[in-house]
Ligand binder design. Structure first.
Ligand code: ATR
Length: 267
């Protein structure tokens, strides 16, 4: 795993648990990448025998640019969170979206097919997560963002993949959704996006992409609005790791135990 800063990463622990459970011998460590020499560091890691690498902020776009081959999910999002090294080949994929989709559908039990979904935010996190939702055929995905034009542009970019619309927060008044996902970085700063509170009324699931922050302002708003199920991104984190592990090692680890161990009660 390469990122900067990287001190907070849970990925070595997650991959270590997967390796132990599946009997795979791996050595997975955190590397604090240099902002200036990212490409050199990746090449040095490959030359030292590295077979694969997770990539996190701020390197997801640089890693994408460095790849010699981009699989469809990386291509369509323009970013990668996982590289595989095979001789001179550097193959890029992006498992963030499939991780989120698997968590919502398999772990939390909410089907996306036919759902009305609201996703707030239009930055890198949302861009990476969007595509696999659309493949599940929700009735509608609304992207709402503080800077409205970014949501509209992102919706246009994904228009060929499903029914997706972009707007500002004001336009949400009176709308109802089954699933509301907070993909903004507001929670990392303890802030609340200016979401009309009634937008959450009637929703069945409120999902915070960030993890380990407990009951964030967004989740608290959802709780007050009576949303029956609240979740943070811990399941997404573990599910995307499982997809990468499968890609690198050919074995899909079970995720339940790791998610349970990492879950912080949302109270
Ligand atoms: P990330 O990689 O985490 O997605 P990003 O690309 O910088 O980070 O995007 C951050 C997102 O959070 C953006 O959608 C941003 O809204 P703007 O595009 O209007 O800046 C959103 N965001 C951050 N803080 C916010 C806040 N306090 N209220 C609402 N939206 C916020």
């Amino acid at each position: 795993m390469i990122g900067n800063p990287i001190g907070h990463t849970k990925s070595p622990m997650i991959h270590g648990s997967f390796a132990e459970a599946t009997g795979q011998a791996i050595d997975y460590r955190a590397i604090e990448g240099s902002l200036k020499c990212f490409a050199d560091e990746v090449h040095a890691f490959r030359k030292a025998g590295g077979r694969g690498m997770n990539v996190t902020a701020p390197f997801k776009l640089q890693a994408y640019a460095l790849a010699t081959e981009r699989l469809e999910r990386a291509e369509l999002t323009g970013a990668t969170n996982a590289l595989k090294f095979d001789g001179d080949r550097i193959v890029a994929d992006n498992f963030d979206g499939v991780g989120l989709t698997n968590d919502i559908q398999r772990n939390l039990g909410f089907p996306l097919k036919g759902a009305r979904m609201l996703v707030i935010g239009a930055g890198g996190a949302v861009r990476g997560a969007l595509l696999p939702f659309l493949a599940q055929q929700p009735t509608l995905v609304v992207l709402a963002n503080r800077t409205e034009t970014k949501a509209i542009d992102l919706a246009k970019q994904f228009a060929g993949q499903g029914h997706v619309q972009g707007c500002g927060y004001d336009e949400l008044a009176g709308e109802r959704f089954d699933i509301v996902i907070n993909g903004t970085s507001a929670s990392l700063k303890g802030e609340l996006p200016p979401l009309p509170a009634e937008t959450l009324r009637g929703a069945k699931l409120a999902y915070e992409l960030a993890y380990g922050k407990g009951l964030t302002p967004f989740l608290r708003l959802a709780q007050h609005a009576g949303v029956p199920k609240l979740a943070d991104g811990v399941g997404m984190l573990v599910e995307q790791a499982a997809e990468a592990f499968l890609w690198w090692r050919g074995v899909r680890p079970d995720t339940r135990g790791v998610i349970d161990r990492m879950t912080i009660p949302l109270v």
